[in-house]
Design a protein around this ligand. Structure first.
Ligand code: ZN
Length: 138
């Protein structure tokens, strides 16, 4: 679908958000899509209609607005970080950076895969995130 895009890494705050969200939705899977700004993953999009259970999360791609995504994120309620067969099919459709997070949801309990399901390096970057809602207080 969308053209493949290279990113330098993921913003630390975005990764923490993913880990926190994954932890708080337990035992249900957390799922979303990843967006990048200036070649850094800074945003997690949760699409309306996403169905989650303790076994799977179904993202309805037709709910995706016309925006570029670089990949996806979802959590596994068990400490198994390997992508399932369904995960691999989904990875092939939605970009080249796919994070799976698993308990205990810390900085070491996640792996990033490429569109074919091969583990890939995704550096954690210390970048300032722009928060539009906070501009008002500047
Ligand atoms: Zn999975």
């Amino acid at each position: 679908m969308k053209r493949q895009r290279h990113v330098e890494g993921i913003a630390k705050d975005t990764l923490y958000f993913i880990l926190e969200a994954s932890k708080s939705t337990m035992p249900v899977e957390f799922a979303g899509l990843l967006r990048a700004e200036d070649d850094v993953i800074t945003e997690v999009i949760m699409l309306p209609g996403t169905e989650s259970s303790s076994k799977s999360a179904l993202i309805r791609l037709y709910m995706l607005p016309n925006m570029e995504v670089v990949g996806s994120v979802h959590s596994h309620p068990s400490p198994n970080l390997r992508p399932s067969r369904a995960d691999l099919i989904f990875f092939g459709k939605t970009g080249d950076y796919h994070i799976i997070a698993a308990p205990p949801f810390d900085e070491t309990s996640w792996i990033c895969y490429d569109g074919t399901g091969r583990a890939r390096r995704l550096p954690i970057l210390d970048v300032e995130l722009e928060d539009d809602e906070e501009d008002w207080f500047d």
